[in-house]
Structure formats: structure tokens, C-alpha cells
Design a protein around this ligand. Structure first.
Ligand SMILES: C[S@@+](CC[C@H](N)C(=O)[O-])C[C@H]1O[C@@H](n2cnc3c(N)ncnc32)[C@H](O)[C@@H]1O
Length: 266
């Protein structure tokens, strides 16, 4: 999934450096903002991305919204559920999930960037919730028990991973049978070139780590997921999970990705 010159560790480091700077206030954080003018129109970030109401959250939370969609709008969360947010950042989706699952539920945010976790914990104190916790870890090796989660959410993070196969295998492992994946992320039709992928600024800016929808669907199915669906944000008429791989330059867009761990799975 990476090219021959950039290692998984190098990608993790570049991503961690970028989001560490953003969390510490040394860099503005909009997806792709420093990834090159060619890409900037393709994604945006901020509280305006949300279909659900975020006005109740403190400005420190909504001001560090780095996603590319609204996973809460497709997660159908219910009171009492356990929710896991892959790449929780400043915590916006964790706090929105916490409202929906209520105090009988539990929300876990996992992020690998220490400064982001510190920011998320400061935000947690401002929001004043007890049933949200933030754990340091990589989404390719989740610090979460097997079969312990009802719903996994994620917002503009899986595209950053250099090992998406491992991400979906780990997501499958930690979900309970019948558990669901509800993700907003950047995906493509077509492939970035090895040269484009080697641009760590564009990768860390949520652009050139994005993969073709056909590959994403195949990796989810290989991990064991059923009912895999990938739809372009704002266009739910076209199901992209069943289209063949696209040959040609990458066209990038924000998508809504959902899947289910079958009830019969262990
Ligand atoms: C684009 S930001 C999105 C943050 C948050 N989901 C939001 O919507 O505001 C990406 C976040 O994912 C984290 N991240 C990226 N790759 C990761 C990985 N492989 N494992 C764990 N965290 C990761 C980064 O540290 C960063 O906080």
C-alpha cells in the first residue's frame, strides 16, 4: 500500500508531526490546507461539515474539527452503546457520540498523537462528560478488547493510515457480532502515483493516502465485513462499493462508508 521508498513508520511520523503541530496551535489544520492548491477544493473541514447540531459544544472543540464529513449522522447511535472513534483528534465526534449514548454508554477515542490526546482531555474537562475516555494508540493495533464495541466511527483518518488492511482487521476484531462501522473519509476513483504518494505533506493533509473505493471495499470484505457501502458525500444514489477499480489519475472526494460485522462472526 505504500511505495518502495516510504516506510510505514515514516508515514506515521509525518502524520504525527503534522497533527502534533496543529494540536499545539503552531499550524492551522484544515484538511489539505498545506497540501497544494490542486487539492484544496476537494475537501474542507470545520463544524460546518456537520449535519447534526454542534452548537452546544465549546468553541475549543468545534474549533479543532479536522474531519471531512459527519460520521454521527450515519451512526444511528443509541443509549447504552459503546462507541470507538478511530483517530479522535480534539474529540468532537466523541463528545457528539457521548450525547447520544448517554451516561449508560461509553465512548473511547484512540489517537496516536500525544499533543492531540492532551487537547482532547482538556476539551473533555470543558464539556464535562465522564463517559468519554481517550487512549493513545495506533488504529492499526487498537488498544481495545476484542468484541467490546457496538459502533466504530471515524472522521478523515483511515486515509492517513499506511496499512488500511490492518485498520479494517482491527476494526472487525474489536466490534461485537452485529457491530457497525460508520466512517467519513477521503477516498478516490483511480490511484495516486508513487511520486504523489511520496509527498508526505499531501499524505498527512488527507490527500495522497486516499485509496480507490474498489480497494477499500475489498479490504473491508476481506476483513470479514458485510453490507459494505461507500457513497460519495451528498450523493447517496450511487453505490460505489461494487464498482470495479478505476484506471487513471485519482479523483478524490469525501465519502460515507458503512459496514456490518455479521452476527455469526466471532
Ligand atoms: C484529520 S485529523 C481528524 C481528527 C478528528 N477525527 C476530527 O474529525 O477532528 C486525524 C487524526 O487522526 C490521528 N491519526 C492519524 N493516523 C493515525 C493512526 N494511524 N493511528 C492513530 N491515530 C491516527 C491524528 O493524530 C489526528 O489526530
Amino acid at each position: 500500500m505504500t511505495n518502495n521508498t516510504i516506510s510505514i513508520d515514516q508515514i506515521h511520523l509525518a502524520v504525527q508531526e503534522r497533527y502534533g503541530r496543529i494540536a499545539s496551535g503552531f499550524q492551522t489544520g484544515c484538511c489539505a490546507a498545506d497540501a497544494g492548491a490542486d487539492y484544496v477544493e476537494e475537501c474542507g473541514c470545520g463544524a460546518e461539515l456537520y449535519d447534526v447540531d454542534v452548537s452546544q459544544l465549546p468553541a475549543d472543540v468545534t474549533g479543532l474539527s479536522l474531519g471531512c464529513g459527519d460520521p454521527i449522522a450515519i451512526a444511528s447511535l443509541e443509549p447504552g452503546q459503546t462507541v470507538l472513534d478511530l483517530g479522535s483528534g480534539g474529540g468532537i465526534d466523541c463528545f457528539l457520540a457521548a450525547e447520544r449514548v448517554g451516561p449508560t454508554g461509553h465512548v473511547i477515542g484512540v489517537d496516536m498523537t500525544p499533543a492531540m490526546l492532551e487537547k482532547a482531555n482538556r476539551n473533555k474537562a470543558k464539556v464535562g462528560v465522564d463517559h468519554v475516555e481517550f487512549r493513545q494508540g495506533q488504529i492499526e493495533a487498537l488498544p481495545v478488547d476484542a468484541a467490546s464495541v457496538d459502533v466504530i466511527i471515524s472522521n478523515c483518518v483511515i486515509n492517513l493510515s499506511p496499512d488500511k488492511t490492518a485498520v479494517f482487521q482491527e476494526a472487525f476484531r474489536v466490534l461485537k457480532p452485529g457491530g457497525r462501522l460508520a466512517v467519513s473519509d477521503m477516498v478516490t476513483r483511480g490511484q495516486f502515483t508513487p511520486q504523489e504518494r511520496a509527498d508526505m505533506s499531501a499524505w498527512a493533509g488527507c490527500i495522497t493516502g486516499a485509496e480507490d473505493v474498489a480497494d477499500m471495499a475489498a479490504w473491508m470484505r476481506d476483513a470479514g465485513f458485510g453490507q459494505v457501502s461507500i457513497q460519495k458525500k451528498g450523493d447517496d444514489a450511487v453505490e460505489l462499493a461494487d464498482v470495479p477499480p478505476h484506471v487513471g489519475p485519482a479523483e478524490i472526494f469525501s465519502a460515507r462508508i458503512t459496514a456490518v460485522k455479521p452476527n455469526t462472526a466471532v
